[in-house]
Design a binder for this molecule. Structure first.
Ligand code: APR
Ligand code: ZN
Length: 374
């Protein structure tokens, strides 16, 4: 029985920005009041993790990256009542405290207890549960999943169905709600509508699935890596565009293809120029532009001000606007009931100690999602 004791295990640490991750022996302290210690079973590698390791997003080094995780509760701290040891759970990059102004409002999900924008890398009490070589190691995004054991606040844990296959459902911790949810729940893509998805990686692919499931009649997919096109077509993309091979700006091509601009545009890369292209791809009157990608810290978006009055909607969204603890378990159940098929999103599965190979495949543009297995 490990409860109440420090656990020594393996974890990947980002010591400094842009250095490669190193797998180290770490000490993981027991959970304090309101916290949960989880034995990780699988974790996805998301674009956000890569950007964080590179120092493009807010993170405090050294830290243990990863946020898209599935595991089993090992032990709980005082007062934890929503999960117990042995429960299958997902980590949540956006918690749901059920007490703050965001959680109490019927719309939106950006809980005030989130630790992404900006990130302190600490638990809610301002301390850390990880130590390596005598040094304090920071958490990331209330999750830190590139470790055999992690400690997270109870408000950032979703208890899921006992029948859930933990080697896959880590994707329902982030990629599926972020992408699929942006289309079906946040944008509420309508039957017969036209859509454009900028970026056909993990998140973009999940957006395409959501557009298709919503009955979109045309889904234009945009990516600079044409290796992404066959899979995107299989998921529902009707037209593929490589902006580097076009003679005109991609947004102009999208407007010409549809005659009037699309009903729904999604940005799933995290680049301000592409966000502008998505905005300018929209129908001027009723087009809706959803920003799903996270842009680098301190980047800015500059819109042509007069044209804003035409009626388009610009909306940001994280995790599909789902109240995370309430809704993410339902997505797992929908997967178990064959209502959502996440299997095409999993292109690779590797053991945790092949983390570097997984990142090589990711950087080479070969993966949609590579899942690391513990
Ligand atoms: N134009 C078009 N496509 C691009 C461009 C560009 N300028 N730059 C990159 N891409 C493509 C890549 O080729 C890749 O297919 O965008 C895709 C990004 O996908 P992934 O790297 O798999 O990242 P993903 O996990 O999907 O995350 C995308 O969403 O959650 C956020 O922070 C995350 O900003 C990131 C975004
Ligand atoms: Zn909250």
């Amino acid at each position: 029985d490990t409860s109440g004791k420090i656990i020594t295990c393996r974890a990947a640490i980002a010591w400094t920005a842009n250095s490669s991750l190193s797998i180290e022996e770490v000490q993981v302290e027991p959970p304090k009041a309101g916290e949960v210690r989880i034995k990780m079973v699988s974790t996805g590698i998301c674009g956000t993790d890569d950007h964080t390791i590179k120092g493009l997003l807010s993170a405090v080094f050294p830290f243990i990256p990863g946020h898209e995780g599935a595991g089993i509760v090992e032990s709980i701290g005082k007062g934890v009542c929503s999960v117990k040891p042995g429960d299958k759970v997902l980590t949540l990059i956006i918690p749901q405290c059920r007490e703050c102004s965001s959680c109490l409002h019927p719309k939106g999900n950006f809980c005030e207890k989130q630790d992404v924008l900006p990130s302190s890398g600490l638990m809610l009490d301002g301390t850390s549960r990880f130590i390596c070589k005598g040094k304090k190691i920071h958490h990331s995004f209330r999750a830190s999943t590139f470790t055999e054991y992690t400690v997270v606040p109870e408000i950032a844990v979703a208890k899921i169905d006992d029948a859930a296959p933990l080697d896959k459902v880590s994707l329902i911790s982030c990629e599926v709600p972020t992408g699929y949810g942006a289309a079906v729940h946040s944008a509420k893509v309508t039957r017969g509508s036209t859509c454009v998805v900028y970026g056909l990686g993990g998140i973009g692919s999940a957006i395409v699935m959501g557009c298709k499931a919503s009955g979109a009649s045309r889904i234009i997919g945009v990516d600079i890596n044409e290796e992404k096109f066959p899979r995107a077509r299989a998921l529902g993309v009707t037209d593929c565009l490589n902006p580097q091979k076009l003679k005109k700006p991609v947004q102009q091509v999208v407007r010409e293809m549809t005659g009037v601009g699309v009903d729904f545009a999604f940005e799933a890369i995290g680049l301000s120029d592409v966000m502008l292209a998505a905005w300018d791809s929209c129908h001027l009157s009723h087009g809706v532009c959803l920003i799903v990608g996270v842009a680098p810290v301190n980047s800015k978006l500059s819109l042509a001000a007069p044209m804003i009055v035409s009626g388009r909607t610009l909306k940001g969204v994280c995790l599909g606007d789902y109240k995370t603890r309430d809704c993410i378990p339902q997505l797992v159940t929908s997967y178990l009931q064959n209502k959502i098929n996440i299997d095409p999103l999993v292109t690779h599965q590797l053991p945790f100690d092949q983390l570097h190979k997984a990142f090589e495949l990711y950087h080479a543009g070969k993966t949609i999602r590579c899942i690391l297995l513990f």
